[in-house]
Design a protein. Structure first.
Length: 321
């Protein structure tokens, strides 16, 4: 039986403030009472903190990302994230100014300086608040609000609430949802002419043409150069997120990954520095930790416009009866 959850949205507001300086990326978790009152709270929080440790040791962006974690009783994992609609050329200029490594150079080389994006010609782009700060555009949610909320169904994870069925990896679920709070995700299934998300800039078909469609007959791939396909997007209209990787079924020769649209029971994928999820975060504006210190100056950009909303994404758990 598959438990599916689709998009919904609620209106929220943003406050534009200067971001404080941090040595590396810092993720500050807040644990909801649904977790702190759980008899296994210590173990659950321990897994969450271990997952956070990967991002803090992998990315050098001097920002703090606040995430509220809570338990839920359906699905597998979910994330609700603040984002802002900004002018595409503002985000693009910040992304290029923030470029520091080979991935950045390749990814931005195919993005010509223009007022409209190369995916569908829209002059605006939706960018999550943490991602905006990662490229030097200092936007935060309203006071007292985190950048995102993550829900975890600890009744079916291997580390979880008392009596859990233990079918799915809590660690992989946490990493999947943190990726989305940081900025991964697609605007699809919105209309093809709608406002895209940054990861949509790296969505191609097998021939190297940009792909931005909900057609289940179209195969879409994540690539930073248009020719080397690093992962296949879930384009099957199967209830999964279009910004996740195809996993129903898994593409030939590809094992389970953290960002798969559907988790497979008993598998334990984890992120590494070479994972396509990490490459995707690098491409949309996060900086990998380097043994050579990078400049710490931040580019401040203005002209930030737009409607502020929060997109509720739910990850789909595939449960065998």
């Amino acid at each position: 039986m598959r438990d599916q959850h689709k998009w919904s949205s609620i209106a929220l507001s943003l406050l534009f403030v200067a971001a404080p300086a941090y040595a590396n990326l810092t993720i500050t978790p807040t644990f909801d009472v649904t977790i702190t009152s759980d008899p296994n709270a210590g173990a659950i929080e321990g897994v969450i903190n271990s997952a956070i440790g990967f991002y803090e040791s992998t990315f050098a962006d001097p920002i703090n990302v606040a995430i509220n974690f809570r338990e839920m009783t359906s699905g597998l994992g979910s994330s609700s994230t603040f984002f802002d609609t900004v002018q595409y050329n503002v985000y693009l200029a910040a992304l290029k100014a923030d470029a520091k490594d080979a991935t950045d150079a390749t990814a931005t080389s195919l993005l010509a300086n223009a007022s409209t994006n190369p995916v569908n010609g829209n002059s605006f782009i939706d960018v999550k608040t943490a991602n905006l700060r990662a490229v030097g555009i200092n936007v935060t949610p309203s006071p007292g609000q985190p950048d995102g909320f993550i829900g975890l169904d600890t009744h079916i994870t291997d580390v979880g609430s008392p009596g859990t069925s233990g079918q799915f990896s809590l660690f992989a679920t946490v990493e999947h949802e943190i990726d989305e709070v940081l900025g991964l995700g697609s605007a699809l299934p919105s209309t093809p002419s709608g406002t895209i998300f940054p990861e949509d800039l790296f969505r191609y078909d097998a021939s190297g043409n940009r792909s931005f469609t909900t057609s289940s007959s179209a195969k879409a791939f994540f690539s930073i150069n248009g020719t080397t396909d690093l992962a296949q997007f879930d384009n099957q209209n199967d209830g999964g997120d279009f910004g996740d990787w195809q996993s129903n079924p898994l593409p030939n020769g590809v094992g389970p990954k953290v960002q798969d649209a559907f988790a497979n029971p008993g598998t334990h994928p984890v992120l590494t520095s070479s994972s396509p999820e990490v490459i995707a975060l690098d491409a949309i504006g996060y900086d990998l930790v380097s043994p050579v210190p990078e400049p710490t100056s931040v580019v401040l950009l203005g002209s930030i416009l737009g409607l502020t909303v929060a997109a509720l994404r739910r990850r789909n758990g595939q449960i065998s009866a």
